[in-house]
Design a protein around this ligand. Structure first.
Ligand code: HEM
Length: 522
């Protein structure tokens, strides 16, 4: 051995070091047990699989994203309250609507859990993550920007973009392909044009690149949640994941910065136009699409409490929340249409009754007539909620009503929407795709907290109406042009919950043109 020590001495040092580490761990574990006495006592009473000292159940969550999801869903079968220890972290999953209501309806439990911190380099302190007064004041500012009166004006843009998606889909006719790529691109483009008010003419391929970067970011965040050694920032930054994240955030933030700059320029130009008598009113109106971003920029210019950095964080949040969730919903919907041709035929029949042989665009009142399509969409969100889990940090003990349990402060409480939506006491056939579960008379008998794809309570989704309207226009346009086919059944879906629910094998479908329509020629 070099360095002036013999091999024997080296082995002695290594042994001493090993004992030192073991001794420190035991001491830390004893201290942790003592300081967490109250939490451990309450946790002990909760149902859940037995774990190992120190690591808890962490080792059981290995393997592919689908295997992890399968394992988790098996554990959720234990009870409507299930605890898991991931190292020193206590996660408690809830799937009884009465317990879910206690958490989601209260302003006391609006803090997001530390799992959301990994989003911070991407979304900063945007609406999804922020809390307290910042969250309250920004939510108050943002919520009205998704009012139905504003959304109705987006119909034209939803139609144009849906037709463009159909145009692109024509080249896939007859092939088996992943429809998620197209749904993802379409939802980004629509968000850019509607919520951000960025005109198509000023866009380039950045929409597609953006969607790809968001998908990679979701993969990275999922890996970080699962691979415990990637949690410390310094290790993560040195890893290949850290380097990829840097590159992806560069793409994402470049686009958001570009959008904001373009919006500020347009608003400056507009105020010039208003002063300039030679410009017509319609010219000014054309440029002035009042959308989410216009209102935020105007608010900041009018001295409201939102800085330019905060605007960027909100734009990133809306672009992420509004895009990946909707793309997943659209892709599951198309996969389910392919897997249930009888249901697909009923949707087509309804569309034919509304539109006949005409290739006109969908109007807002048409979307109100799409009652069966809407039921199919809601049933899609029931069985395959794009956000399968919602997590909160508890600051105080919470008494549940489903059983004699108290959730300890400091734990992460996870609303298991995917389990809640498949309860036998709510749905006669909980795992069957049955759009009539949403017939008005059946839905009327359900409690508000029994169906929560958009969450519920004070932190519910601000984009719910936007998403439903956009999905109706997009999916009806696709189905007026194509039959959706696939050799796969629902049993073949391999679910993975990497932040947003997806299919591990991709959303493989095949398109068959419907003979009598010719929207593609427009
Ligand atoms: C099918 C589509 C969508 C689904 C299933 C969905 C679902 C959800 C869920 C479950 C939450 C709560 C998340 C949590 O507490 O962790 C949420 C929050 C949010 N969603 Fe959506 N969403 C969809 C579309 C949209 C769209 C289109 C937008 C915007 C254009 C949007 C913007 C937001 C925002 C900003 C929040 C955070 C609200 C807050 O914390 O105050 N979402 N969404």
């Amino acid at each position: 051995m070099s360095l002036g020590i013999t091999t024997h001495e080296f082995h002695v040092y290594v042994n001493v070091l090993q004992y030192f580490i073991i001794f420190t761990l035991i001491l830390w574990y004893m201290y942790w047990q003592l300081s967490k006495r109250y939490v451990l006592k309450l946790a002990e009473k909760l149902p859940g699989p037995k774990g190992w000292p120190l690591i808890g159940n962490a080792l059981e969550f290995r393997g592919s994203a689908h295997e992890i999801m399968k394992k988790l869903c098996r554990y959720l079968e234990i009870d409507s309250v299930v605890k898991l220890w991931i190292g020193p972290k206590l996660l408690i999953f809830l799937s009884d609507p009465k317990d879910v209501e206690i958490i989601l309806s209260s302003y006391d439990h609006i803090d997001k859990s530390s799992e959301y911190d990994l989003f911070k380099p991407w979304l900063g302190n945007g609406l999804l993550i922020s809390t307290g007064e910042t969250w309250k004041s920004h939510r108050k500012l943002i919520y009205p920007t998704f009012h139905m009166n504003i959304l109705k004006k987006f119909i034209v843009l939803f139609n144009t973009n849906s037709r463009e998606t159909v145009e692109k889909l024509w080249k896939e006719v007859g092939k088996t392909f992943d429809c998620h790529d197209y749904m993802s691109e379409a939802t980004v483009e629509m968000l850019l044009e509607t919520a951000m008010g960025v005109n198509k003419k000023t866009q380039d391929r950045s929409g597609y690149e953006y969607a790809q970067a968001v998908m990679q970011m979701c993969d990275i965040l999922h890996s970080r949640h699962m691979k415990i050694w990637l949690k410390p920032d310094w290790i993560f930054k040195l890893s290949s994941y850290g380097r990829i994240q840097k590159a992806m955030l560069n793409i994402i933030h470049s686009l958001t910065n570009k959008i904001i700059k373009s919006k500020m320029d347009t608003l400056d130009e507009l105020s010039q136009s208003c002063k300039n008598a030679s410009r017509s009113d319609t010219d000014v109106e054309e440029k002035r699409r009042v959308a989410f971003l216009d209102l935020l920029v105007e608010a900041s210019q009018n001295g409201e409490h939102i800085t330019r950095k905060e605007i960027r964080e909100q734009v990133d949040t809306i672009m992420f929340e509004g895009h990946d969730t909707t793309a997943a919903a659209a892709s599951f919907f198309l996969s389910l249409m392919a897997a249930h041709p009888d249901i697909q035929n009923r949707v087509i029949q309804e569309l034919d009754e509304i539109f006949g042989n005409s290739d006109r665009s969908a109007t807002f009142s048409d979307t109100l007539e799409m009652k069966y399509l809407e039921r199919c969409l809601l049933e899609t969100l029931r069985l395959y909620p794009p956000v399968p889990f919602i997590a909160r940090h508890l600051n105080q003990p919470v008494k549940l009503v489903s059983g004699n349990y108290i959730l300890p402060p400091g734990c992460t409480v996870v609303i298991a929407t995917i389990k809640l939506h498949r309860r036998e006491d709510i749905y006669a056939n909980p795992n069957k795709y049955e759009p009539d579960n949403f017939l008005p008379e059946r839905a009327a008998n359900r409690n508000y907290y029994e169906f929560i794809p958009f969450s519920a309570g004070p932190r519910n989704c601000v984009g719910r109406k936007y998403a439903m309207l956009k999905l109706k226009v997009l999916l009806s346009t696709v189905m007026r042009n194509f039959y959706i086919r696939s050799h796969m059944t629902e049993k073949d879906f391999k679910l993975q919950g990497d932040i947003i629910l997806k299919r591990e094998e991709g959303f493989q479908v095949r398109l068959e043109p419907r003979k009598y329509t010719n929207l593609k020629q427009l």
